[in-house]
Write a protein of this length. Sequence first.
Length: 320
Amino acid sequence: MTRLTDRIPYQAIVDRPKLTLPDGKGMAVWVILNVEEWQIERPMPRTVLPPPMGQPLLPDVPNWSWHEYGMRSGFWRQHKALTDRRIPTTLAINGNVCKSYPRVAQAALDAGWEFMGHGHLQGPMHKLEDQQAAIHAAIDGIEAFCGRRPTSWESPGLTETDETLDLLAANGVKNVADWVIDDLPETIQTPSGPVTTLPYTVENNDIAVHALQGHPASEFLNRGRDQFDRLYAEGADSARIMAISVHPYITGVPHRIRYLEELLDYVKGHDRVAWMTGAGIGDWYRAEMARLIEAGDLAEAYFCGDDVLSVGAMDALAEA
């Protein structure tokens, strides 16, 4: 039986071909702002307060309110931080947020942000009764609101079943952020054609830093700055990509927002940075692979003795 990981064979980053970002930049940075719908009649995706006497209760008002604060207040601090700095942003959005929080969705649309599918409602893909219907609902809902279908996707909690990639590709998704395996994109095969992995993050992610690891507010800046410095230095030799992932109810709160702002300012203070969206990264990477294929450089630098891409996959990349 073929495993899901067999679709994406191992390759060492030191063996990969040199990739060139637009305008001679050495590093791409993309910001992902995650907006979700938590339904009060269901168990919460995560909690900040344990239930009294250890017994989960529904409705879970305090933990629903924790997230709801982000949608009502925290989002607007992050929106201002990003729009004031004119930073291209990828909005990872539950499809139903376009209906349940249209004010939030409209602000992102007016700012020109990319809408990246993030499920229909917040919850793991494994728990869906009809995964295909949920993907359809999310993509169709975003298209109805934006006027265009999303080409990028981040599953809730980065969760996937064996069928998720195939269903996404069949619905026109070209880029997925669930596979956090490299500082550069990679290619995963599906029956509907190749899908590009986007270098997302579970480390430079405010959920991990604060909600899970319990670090002080300043850690988001410290970790992000250290991550940036190393990737920026490595980008002098070949392109590197850094993700900054945030949630309104985490870094949108008053005692943390300044550290997100300071991290954005720190990154903006460096010249060799290309601010990109998820879709922009995917388009760039496929163009780079096509360029290397056409130049005849990919076989020696990219295969490293193994058929990382099939001939059919190479043709698909060249035509993408």
